[in-house]
Design a protein around this ligand. Structure first.
Ligand code: CP3
Length: 372
């Protein structure tokens, strides 16, 4: 278990509160040096912060030239299993943009690969599964995840936590529905037709598949928290494809099992795309922060979640291609709108697009911090 590992090196996985890094902190974080006191964690807990914290989904990746040159000739999933590379790539956007959090460089399919599935990430396509799941016998190819399956995640996070000092590290996992969709479709899908056919056609198999994926997601998040992550995000990227009744019947119990199984040791963020109709249910599944995509205003999101949750979002990633005065106005409005929420973490409504100009991202961070 990750915990017993850390017994042999009692200080290495601890939060480096007493560390005096030779470099200045990466971001504008409190002098205490404790990531649990950072603006991101405080906002997630609904407490007042000196400025609105900001980070970007997919901040580590193809928008950065330093990422593209480091990744040249290397396989994505091998990179994710190499702690030195994970550490460097995770730190790149923190150094460059001074964002308020790092997000672990990994992928939602990493734990599925770790338990033995034949899965790869194809550039320009996304995850591709060699033998998609269709029958009960296929479930046997998906064993439970143990911490021993992902030692490189523990190693990468320990090294990152030491490097980051007061800047929090966000861990993450894919949620059962989004993982199931990749496994059943064999790759990315716009319609999720095989997934929906299995969900409705064989509800017992669907339930058992999602229960297994919930075990994998929960353990993957727990490994990251045990190693020192200061917050976690559950990505249910594609669940907006479902009507609410199907979400409640077929998906919510499994996402709830992940979130409640992880508990509130660190704040949880629950995010999906096109989930305007599901926001209240996703928030109630057990999370401190509800992720909001760019289709729903923060004000509506607060209202739909009963004013009981911090919100994260929700600048349209495509807006970063507009002239700066447009971006400046929208970001300023967003910070103001966020003051009406119990807590606000500024982010995009989905990931950074690969050909985004990274200097625009840096300017957004500077602007958000300047607004106090
Ligand atoms: O900075 C970060 O946000 C951390 C890194 C991160 C990656 N994947 C790296 C990555 C995170 C949080 C993810 C999660 C992920 N992966 C999700 C949920 C988030 C979301 O976007 O909704 C999903 C759905 C996946 C599956 C996946 N992996 C897709 C759709 C793709 C893109 C395929 C493509 O080429 O357009 C990937 C590959 C991937 N994951 C890349 C990165 C940086 C690109 C691969 C490369 O650089 O070679």
């Amino acid at each position: 278990m990750a915990r017993s590992d850390s017994v042999t090196t009692p200080d290495s996985s601890a939060t480096p509160t007493s560390q005096t890094p030779t470099d200045p902190p990466y971001a504008d974080t409190p002098a205490t040096g404790d990531p649990s006191q950072s603006a991101l964690v405080q906002a997630a807990r609904g407490r007042a912060t000196p400025h609105t914290p900001v980070w970007f989904m997919r901040q580590a990746g193809r928008s950065l030239p330093e990422y593209r040159s480091l990744r040249q000739g290397t396989n994505m999933l091998e990179t994710c299993a190499t702690p030195d590379l994970v550490t460097e790539i995770t730190l790149q956007p923190v150094r460059r943009h001074q964002v308020d959090a790092a997000i672990l460089f990994s992928d939602i399919v990493v734990p599925l690969k770790a338990v033995g599935l034949d899965i790869d990430i194809v550039a320009g396509t996304g995850p591709v599964v060699a033998e998609p799941i269709a029958t009960r016998a296929d479930l046997d190819r998906l064993p439970e995840l143990t911490p021993e399956h992902v030692p490189y995640i523990t190693d990468a996070i320990r090294s990152l936590v030491a490097e980051l000092g007061p800047t929090p590290l966000i861990g993450f996992s894919g949620a059962p529905f989004t993982l199931a969709s990749y496994l059943i479709e064999g790759g990315p899908s716009k319609t999720h037709q095989r997934t929906k056919a299995l969900m409705h056609g064989d509800p017992e198999l669907w339930r058992d598949l999602c229960a297994r994926l919930a075990q994998i997601a929960r353990t993957f998040l727990q490994v990251q928290i045990d190693a020192g992550a200061s917050a976690v995000q559950l990505f249910d990227s594609w669940v907006g494809a479902l009507p609410r009744a199907d979400y409640l019947r077929f998906v919510e119990p499994h996402s709830r099992a992940v979130l409640q199984g992880v508990g509130d040791r660190v704040p949880r963020i629950h995010f999906g795309v096109g989930t305007g109709e599901l926001l209240g249910d996703m928030a109630a599944a057990g999370t401190e922060v509800i992720g909001v995509d760019f289709r729903v205003s923060l004000t509506d999101a607060v209202q739909r979640t009963g004013g009981r949750h911090a919100v994260q979002g929700n600048l349209d990633p495509a807006l970063l291609f507009a002239p700066w005065p447009v971006i400046e106005e929208r970001v300023t409005q967003l910070v103001e709108e966020g003051r009406g929420a119990p807590g606000h973490i500024l982010n995009l409504g989905h990931g950074v697009l690969p050909d985004t100009d990274p200097t625009v991202l840096t300017r957004v961070v500077e602007l958000v911090h300047s607004l106090g």
